[in-house]
Ligand binder design. Structure first.
Ligand code: CMC
Length: 428
């Protein structure tokens, strides 16, 4: 805390509120006593000016395009780390020593299988079910199988649940894909890396050995790292809000998956690729740019813009380089890529996009890469959910162990009818 205060003058009375200082980033003023002292709430739909918690996990400076996990820049992690190392860092706060990393990796690998009975859940879904619908259902159902890790007051159980979620998510997502294409499920192979194992479970078949392409594995690893956490975004806030009531971790992560699904959040990678396909040819781009600018048209260029990044998305920079690597390796020529490159070029030089600071975000390029690797579009958001699970469990653990944690309970500005008497149906 600083000595600084922010004073609100309400009806001639001054109300000072203490200013809290973080390690870096904007200060906040603490309005927790505001309602008791003044009878007023703050009004902030979309939480554009509200810090909902203290956190030591991820820092974003949207103006400068900075993203740090526990202080480490995202580009350094994407270049040098494994996904297991980033998971350990997010969960425990420090980069692991070699023995800690080996131990963590071993522990995660021991939890990659699913309870055999969970497999039968998949058969209850239609073959054309969206993988995110399956993920919501199966992850929520984990709480029916792993009762020994649902006591959230026990830090050891919380950590076991976190390990289980991180470990099982690739198996759950890969099985959602296998089910949709009618191929047999593949059990995990713990001799592979986290990413290699996921690629094998998704694209391998039991009839043949599967060779992990190192360029694809590296690209997937980067995609996972770039999506691992992102401060108090909508799905993370959903996980925290669900968890604030004491709900079990599997239920909380299922809530996060549901929130992530929306096209303004994790669903944007799928929506971006669908949009590129709809545009179809570079000659159609001006029409779509015109639509994006038209105030009467709800159309938005998917994969552009961000609530926090108003300069550039540092994840997009790494993702773009990765896209170039993968496309070169796979020697792919796809009209969708021509549309993507041209759209990026036009949007970056167009006044409307420059003025509104709308840059390609992480999802613009990730869709292009995942498409080239061979993932069906519906799987894109499921991969985001897989990677973000690490951030969700880290944030959930941080929230539960925060002594200031309370059940999340926003208030409202009520604009409905005032009290009136009931009128029987025949007299209305
Ligand atoms: N295309 C065209 N215009 C846009 C776009 C876009 N993608 N995004 C924002 N604008 C305009 C918007 O119409 C508004 O104009 P005006 O000021 O004239 O009303 C202005 O820019 C500000 O938009 P906003 O909706 O107030 O901004 P926001 O911070 O609430 O929204 C966003 C951020 C990401 C939801 C939005 O930019 C968007 O819908 N983008 C497309 C979806 C997308 O790619 N989402 C993925 C985000 S990155 C992954 C993640 O972290 O989940």
């Amino acid at each position: 805390m600083t000595d600084k205060t922010v004073t609100l003058a309400i009806d001639g009375t001054n109300h000072p509120y203490p200013v809290l200082e973080g390690s870096v980033g904007p200060e906040v003023f603490d309005v927790r006593k505001l309602y008791n002292e003044t009878g007023m709430f703050t009004y902030d739909p979309g939480y554009t000016s509200t810090a909902s918690c203290q956190s030591a996990i991820t820092y974003i400076d949207g103006e400068k395009g900075i993203l740090l996990h526990r202080g480490y820049p995202i580009d350094q992690l994407a270049e040098n780390s494994t996904f297991m190392e980033v998971a350990y860092l997010l969960l425990h706060g420090e980069l692991p020593k070699k023995v800690e990393l080996d131990d963590f990796t071993w522990t995660i690998s021991r939890h990659t299988m699913l309870h055999e009975q969970l497999m039968t859940f998949y058969r209850g879904f239609r073959r054309d079910a969206h993988p995110m619908a399956i993920m919501c259902g199966v992850v929520g159902a984990l709480s029916a199988f792993y009762h020994d890790s649902t006591d959230i007051t026990d830090p050891e159980q919380r950590m076991i649940a976190s390990h289980r979620l991180i470990a099982k998510m690739p198996t759950i997502a890969a099985m959602a894909h296998k089910y949709s294409v009618g191929q047999p499920f593949l059990y995990p192979d713990n001799s592979l890396t986290y990413t290699g194992n996921f690629l094998r479970m998704t694209f391998g078949v039991p009839a043949e050995p599967y060779h992990v392409n190192p360029v694809i594995e590296r690209a997937m690893r980067r995609i996972f790292i770039l999506h691992a956490d992102h401060e108090q975004n909508a799905s993370t806030s959903t996980v925290r809000l669900a968890g604030s009531s004491g709900a079990n971790p599997f239920a909380c992560i299922a809530a996060g998956i549901a929130c992530l699904w929306g096209p303004a959040h994790g669903g944007a990678n799928e929506a971006a690729l669908n949009m590129l396909r709809e545009i179809g040819h570079t000659s159609n781009i001006p029409k779509y740019i015109a639509r994006a600018k038209d105030k009467d048209d709800p159309f938005r260029l998917m994969g552009f813009g961000h609530r926090v990044y108003k300069n550039f998305d540092p994840r997009a920079k790494v993702m773009k380089a990765t896209a170039d690597e993968v496309l070169k390796e796979l020697n792919i020529s796809d009209p969708v890529l021509d549309v993507a490159k041209e759209l990026e070029r036009i949007a970056l030089s167009d006044d409307y996009f420059i003025e509104k600071k709308l840059y390609p975000n992480v999802d613009f390029y990730s869709g292009v890469i995942l498409n080239a690797i061979g993932f069906p579009t519906e799987m894109f958001t499921a991969l985001f959910a897989l990677a973000r699970t690490v951030g969700w469990v880290a944030q959930w653990n941080e929230m539960i162990s925060d002594p200031e944690q309370k059940i999340g309970r926003p208030r409202q500005l009520y604009v409905g009818a005032t009290q009136r008497n009931y009128v029987p149906v025949g007299k209305r």
